[in-house]
Design a protein around this ligand. Structure first.
Ligand code: UD1
Ligand code: CA
Length: 469
């Protein structure tokens, strides 16, 4: 059967109070409409057409080239939106799935089940519905005594009796394509919002003598996202699904409410995610890692057995059995080998660091090529920027750099050399040698007594923050 999809994504989304298109708002790291596109792909809808209008450039940008777009110049309602796809639908004889761009939680299992019901049942259309604990705001499925659907009524147009119906319209449908086109041609805007409602096509098809099927699913799958409260609820549900998948694959997650994982992230078994972990983009984490607390990884590749604590890493690769953090910042284009230590308040940028090298505290490594088994003393700084250009610092295997050293790039520290603590290194250091670049110490004996500078302790004042709480 020919299955195509029409997604309604032109609306203004007033209730979201945003300067942007509602359907590009992100839930669990992905734009709402991209969740819909992904589910459609998984459900076998090869051709997808998106009805765009309000902020259409934003919707086009997130969906890319693989789908078709139709412009709805004025947003006159959901029925009017789908009607804009008529040129795309004419001549087709199979099934048209219609979905709203603001329903990110629908799964491909449900969509496929609805399509199967549609195929088997000789229906004019199948509506996906759900029992809502609080149906306010949704269209309701009105059924007769025998349980057959009679019509869909919008919340605003519903009688008190209809408002008490808890079965809601998800706005997800399978239509027999020619019947959809025929019904769309006959809807009017005689309702409280003076809009052309897609829901009215159901009553028209029933009047024409067609059967309407209903596929009932979980309410969570059908939820629309109209405002920021619903957006955060959707994010939580989608994120929890992602966390569940990883837990089933052997990842330990201490708190799924405090762990955010993009759909695209991969994590090896026996890794542990502590609260406050945020994993984004194309991040790949190996096995037996410990990530968190409070760690954000964006497009980062992490080897097996590595632990990262209270740190940020982006567009970088970190090898096996590394110890990162607390409070490290690994910036783009950094490649760390295996068994590397990057510790507290250490920043690495565009640098390669060889196996077993360590920078445990308060260090900046930028534009550097660092060999194996190098030790950075506390407070080492690669001075890579002269105000106009960046220069490279080359540090060969087994170099030892004493604390509080400045390496003025471009400069090379050759194999097995030492830099004395407190040095400012401007010239290359030959292998197997020690470089000392600091001024000689002067000691003035008994100076404290002769200058009367003996010090005593100060009392600590109470913390005044308490007054502002
Ligand atoms: C719609 C349904 C309602 C259902 C609910 C489920 C109608 C009339 N109502 O209501 O029965 O319970 O979804 O979430 O269909 N859009 C356009 N062009 C327009 C108007 C809307 O493209 O002219 C798009 C919007 O961008 C949105 C989708 O259609 O993605 C749904 O519109 P929205 O205003 O959110 O409809 P609801 O009031 O939620
Ligand atoms: Ca909606």
């Amino acid at each position: 059967m020919d299955v195509c999809a029409v997604v309604m994504a032109a609306g203004e989304g007033k209730r979201m109070n945003t300067n942007h298109s509602k359907v590009v708002q992100r839930a669990a790291g992905k734009p709402l409409v991209s969740w819909v596109a992904k589910t459609l792909r998984e459900s076998g809808a090869k051709e997808q057409v998106y009805i765009v209008g309000h902020k259409q450039e934003e919707v086009r940008a997130v969906l890319g080239e693989d789908v078709a777009f139709v412009l709805q110049e004025k947003q006159l309602g959901t029925g009017h939106a789908v009607l804009q796809a008529a040129p795309f639908l004419e001549g087709r004889n199979g099934c048209t799935i219609v979905l709203p761009g603001d329903a990110p939680m629908i799964t491909s299992e449900t969509l496929c089940s609805a399509i199967t019901l549609f195929e088997k049942g000789e229906y004019g259309a199948v509506v996906v519905s759900a029992e809502a604990p609080n149906p306010k705001g949704y269209g309701r499925l009105v059924r007769d005594e025998e349980g057959n659907v009679v019509k869909i009524v919008e919340d605003r147009d519903a009688s008190e009796e209809e408002k008490s119906i808890r079965e809601i319209n998800s706005s997800i449908y399978c239509f027999r394509t020619p019947l959809l086109l025929s019904a769309l041609g006959r809807i009017d805007a005689k309702n409280s919002q003076k809009e052309y409602y897609l829901t009215d096509t159901i009553e028209i098809l029933i009047r024409d003598g067609h059967k309407i099927g209903v596929y009932i699913t979980d309410f969570d799958e059908t939820r629309g996202v109209n405002d920021h409260v619903e957006l955060q609820e959707a994010g939580k549900i989608l994120n929890r699904r992602i966390c569940m998948r990883h837990m089933q694959n052997g990842v330990q997650i201490l708190d799924t409410n405090a762990t955010w994982i993009d759909e695209s992230v991969a994590i090896g078994r026996d890794s542990i995610l502590l609260p406050g972990t945020i994993l984004r983009g194309s991040t790949v984490i190996g096995q037996e890692c410990i990530i968190g607390e409070n760690t954000r990884l964006v497009d980062a590749v992490i080897g097996d057995g590595t632990t990262i604590e209270n740190s940020v890493a982006r567009e970088c690769s970190i090898g096996k059995n590394c110890r990162i953090g607390p409070y490290s910042h690994i910036r783009p284009d950094s490649i760390l080998g295996d068994n590397v230590t990057v510790g507290a308040f250490v920043e690495v940028k565009n640098s390669v660091i060889g196996d077993y090298s360590r920078a445990r505290h308060l260090t900046y490594i930028g534009d550097a090529q660092v060999g194996k088994n190098v030790n950075f003393g506390c407070g080492t700084v690669t001075c890579n920027y002269d105000g106009l250009d960046k220069s490279a610092c080359i540090i060969k295997d087994n170099v030892f750099i004493g604390g509080n050293s400045n390496l003025i790039s471009p400069v090379t520290l050759n194999e097995n050399s030492y830099v004395a603590a407190g040095s400012t290194i401007t010239d290359d250091v030959p292998e197997l040698s020690l470089a000392i670049a600091r001024s000689q110490q002067i000691v003035k004996e008994n100076w404290v007594v002769t200058k009367n500078r003996l010090r005593s302790a100060n009392l600590i004042q109470p913390d005044r923050r308490r007054e502002g709480v």
